[in-house]
Design a protein around this ligand. Sequence first.
Ligand code: IPE
Ligand code: IPE
Ligand code: MG
Ligand code: MG
Ligand code: MG
Length: 392
Amino acid sequence: MAAKGKKYTHKVFILVPSRLFFVAAAQALKRAVTESERLKPSEDLREVQSTELIIGSIRFFHPLILTQDAAPTPSFSELISNEMDEVDRVISRRLSSEVPLVGEVAKYIISAGGKRIRPALLLLLSGALSYTARQKYEMAAVVEFIHTATLLHDDVVDDSTLRRGRATANVSFGNPASVLVGDFLYSRAFQMMVDCDNMRVMQVLANATNVIAEGEVQQLMNMHDASLTEAGYLEVIRSKTAKLFEASARIPAILAKASPDIEQACAEFGLALGTAFQVIDDVLDYEGESSVLGKNLGDDLREGKTTLPLIFAMQNCSPEEKTLIRNAIEHNEEVNLAPILSILQKTGAMQATKEVAHQQALLAIKAIAPLKDSIYKTVLTQLASQLLLRST
Ligand code: IPE
Ligand code: IPE
Ligand code: MG
Ligand code: MG
Ligand code: MG
């Protein structure tokens, strides 16, 4: 559809008088503003998005503007849906094991879906860097396996009971099975990356996996610590979550043999996007909709985790309210979420937390500026802003 639209656009452009060009530019401007209004990001981010859309539209005479039959910019899942099917095929093939319980537990969590955001990132950046070899499907499956392994372990550590809208694997199969199948997925991912036979890719993934584990241990040490700072919080989430986003974004640059600058741009995009992603996850833990999120709300406070909403609330509340929050973090009591939620709202802590995510999304968008313009780059930019508004 896009290719057809583009061809048509070129024909139309040769024929149209210059007035139509200005009408088209005005339409592009209106569309960009409408789109950014819909997304409601911060002023800064709005400016970047609008500029991106306007520049993109005018420079390339985007099919949206000049043709009747062209489709709007596809979402990231539309753009790579066939490729994601390839990744799913690799995932199914690589899950094979002689031991029935391995397949049973792994399929239980994988068949429940998930957003597949990390493999999507790897494929979108492969597209942006014009890397087409099938190796990318293997690597996309590798990052999803590492992610799934962390989830199996995470739900044991966090004592969680709901994941992807169903009982967690630890509830359905027990803690030992979850931990051991998590180990199977980690080690299967390592077998696959060795098959890739690229030392730099192996270094990046080995390093990311190690840093994730460090981040989880650091978080364990920070448990019940109500004096955790914003910097301390950010350090943990960069390790436990953003590092795998960074690896997923860096790998296509390595495979595509991109220049060091472009590889750095991709890595920075992934790190900032992953940071924004976890900040929003921590917002959703308080104000998400459990049935949409597929997870229970309030898990973080129940576990005594000092996440950014609580850090900001404690900076702006009354001494009595601060004592209430401190007690909730420090003691393993049944926490009454309602009064805490009202302090989070009243102090503007939720809004301030979302603003941190906005700033990270903005950093991500700026980071990929050096990549050459393409539909993939446009969709990656959209993805950064859409993740701020996610509810799942
Ligand atoms: C959940 O990750 C763990 C975090 C890093 C917040 P996702 O939100 O990507 O989980 P799925 O794969 O979509 O279920
Ligand atoms: C997820 O953090 C980090 C990893 C999976 C390593 P959370 O514990 O907040 O993730 P959810 O909310 O359980 O998905
Ligand atoms: Mg968890
Ligand atoms: Mg956790
Ligand atoms: Mg969470």
